[in-house]
Design a binder for this molecule. Structure first.
Ligand code: ATP
Ligand code: MG
Length: 509
């Protein structure tokens, strides 16, 4: 049975990996001109399902129909021929190529057998314009921030003239402004009759953009509901219980300053950044993408250099640009780019969890493997990491479960000052609460937490104080009681006024 406007139908799809039943009977269908949301916890099987449509995996059982006809999708070409374009959760861009080269990778326009660079760049410019992205087609992808990469991926999908567009957590890396822009593009595509499969952990996006929702739990489709379904009902379908309190912050008594940052400056990047985080505190850092938040915390952690200023932990000044000194002083960083910086993908969950604790677990020169195993098992359990076992390769975990491992690694490490850069990106609503509870435990034990987040409700819900950055400066600070969506945004879009002429004069570009 298929209606005229049906683009795709999936019936009883199953897929097993060693030790894991990823999909255990999923039904799904997609119509022309709709946004169909796939909703489910981390590891529920969403990405695996869409990989059946993109040709990355083939099902063990079940059928896929396109326009009423059964089809087999054995690779990217089959998928492309059916008009399916996929934007993966893990980006597929080649960092050393330009934006234009990435968009047209493998199908560059040619002239006399040579790649027609001019035409390629001109066409890329048109696509980027359609997405509303202001980057040069000649910029190298490596130099762009993560939000821009997303837009380049969309431009790339548009260039394929797709009838089905699959987006796996496209908004996880975007700020609210960019999300609006993305929604505009998606709505236009929907009007053009494109069918869109949309995966997100941000429930508020479902009513804003979606038409229908299919809920997946433990590899099974457990329901199909309209996108207007109330959020608490969606949560119940998704996690099988309701969540009473999304932000369970328990304030601890703030003690002495553990982290002090004084006048930190990197010319041309961030200027005169000063703040403290005290024992027991959670300090949130809000701001727009490009405000310099990640750059500042990377410098604090010693991962990037700075030109002036000082970082102190418990009063002791740290040497700049020295990660091991920062770690020895008790600073931990959960980076925003988990794949590039947070994990060793070919190693097991247990090995990754132990990366920071190795030293602590060493007794008389011998690594305490048993102790490490017990600790890893405990934290994985607390965070609800969905895996076949501690020996599973991190590469094969779902996106959200990888993020839990990065966080778990630092939670295990007895960190005094924990810096979290977008900690719950890609984490489902239930698992977020677990992470917040661990943050509570850390601060109750006297640690200091500095949390960058583009998720404003999270910043407001979990911080004791909020710093707002704009244009490489601290634009203002708000105590938890006064921080609102509006007051934070007002600062985030402000132009901080400190006189900067001396510094500007020395900028070398
Ligand atoms: N190549 C693989 N080898 C082994 N297990 C895999 C592989 N790919 C996926 N899995 C497992 O299949 C399950 C479903 O993973 P999937 O990535 O589909 O989840 P998801 O719903 O997309 O979760 P998230 O919200 O975290 O992205 C997980 O338990 C995952 O570890
Ligand atoms: Mg996924």
């Amino acid at each position: 049975m298929s209606s005229v406007d049906e683009l795709l139908r999936i019936e009883g799809i199953r897929k097993t990996f060693p030790g894991v039943v990823a999909l255990d009977g999923v039904d799904f269908d997609l119509r022309q001109g709709e946004v169909h949301v796939l909703l489910g916890e981390n590891g529920a099987g969403k990405s695996t399902l869409i990989k059946m449509l993109s040709g990355a995996y083939t099902p063990d059982a079940g059928r896929i129909l396109a326009g009423g006809e059964e089809v087999r999708i054995h690779g990217a070409q089959d998928s492309e021929r059916l008009g399916i374009a996929t934007i993966y959760q893990e980006f597929n861009l080649v960092p050393d190529l330009t934006v234009a080269e990435n968009i047209f990778l493998g199908r560059q326009p040619r002239r006399f057998g040579m790649i027609d660079r001019k035409r390629m760049e001109a066409e890329a410019a048109v696509l980027l314009e359609r997405v509303g992205v202001n980057v040069s087609p000649r910029a190298r992808v490596r130099e762009l921030g993560i939000a821009w990469l997303q837009m380049v991926e969309i431009a790339k999908a548009l260039s394929l003239d797709a009838r089905v567009l699959i987006m796996d957590e496209p908004t996880a890396v975007l700020t609210s402004e960019e999300v609006e822009k993305l929604f505009g593009i998606v709505r236009r595509l929907r009007e053009d009759g494109v069918g869109i499969v949309f995966i997100t952990h941000h429930l508020e996006e479902i009513a804003a953009l979606g038409d229908r929702v299919t809920v997946i739990r433990d590899g099974k489709s457990v329901g199909q509901v309209p996108a207007s379904t109330p959020e608490d009902e969606l949560v119940r379908l998704m996690v099988g219980r309701s969540i009473e309190q999304q932000y369970p912050r328990e304030r601890a008594e703030a003690g002495a300053a553990l982290l002090s940052v004084e006048g930190l400056t990197r010319d041309g990047v961030f200027h005169d950044v000063s703040f403290e985080v005290r024992a027991g505190e959670v300090v949130g850092v809000a701001g727009l993408v490009g405000a310099g938040r990640t750059e500042v915390v990377r410098a604090v952690f010693g991962a990037d250099p700075y030109d002036r200023g000082a970082v102190r932990v418990g009063g002791e000044r740290l040497r700049g640009y020295d990660v091991s000194a920062a770690m020895a002083a008790g600073i931990g960083l959960v980076p925003e780019d988990r794949k590039g910086q947070g994990l060793v993908l070919d190693q097991s969950v247990e090995e990754n969890l132990g990366l920071v604790t190795m030293r602590a677990a060493t007794r008389g020169g011998v690594v305490d493997l048993k102790g490490q195993h017990v600790a890893a098992a405990r934290i994985a359990e607390q965070l609800g990491v969905r895996m076949a076992g501690l020996g599973q390769q991190v590469r094969t975990l779902s996106g959200g479960n990888q993020q839990k491992v990065v966080i778990g690694k630092w939670l295990l490490a007895d960190t005094k000052v924990l810096i979290l850069d977008e900690p719950t990106r890609g984490i489902d609503v239930g698992a977020k609460v677990e992470i917040y509870q661990l943050i509570n435990e850390l601060t109750a034990a006297g640690a200091a937490v500095l949390m960058i987040s583009s998720d404003l409700p999270e910043v407001l819900g979990m911080s004791d104080r909020v710093l707002v950055m704009a244009q490489g400066r601290i634009a203002g600070e708000l105590p938890a009681g006064q921080a609102t969506q509006d007051s934070v945004m007002a600062l985030a879009v402000s132009t901080p006024t400190q006189a900067t002429t001396a510094v500007e004069g020395h900028r070398g570009h």
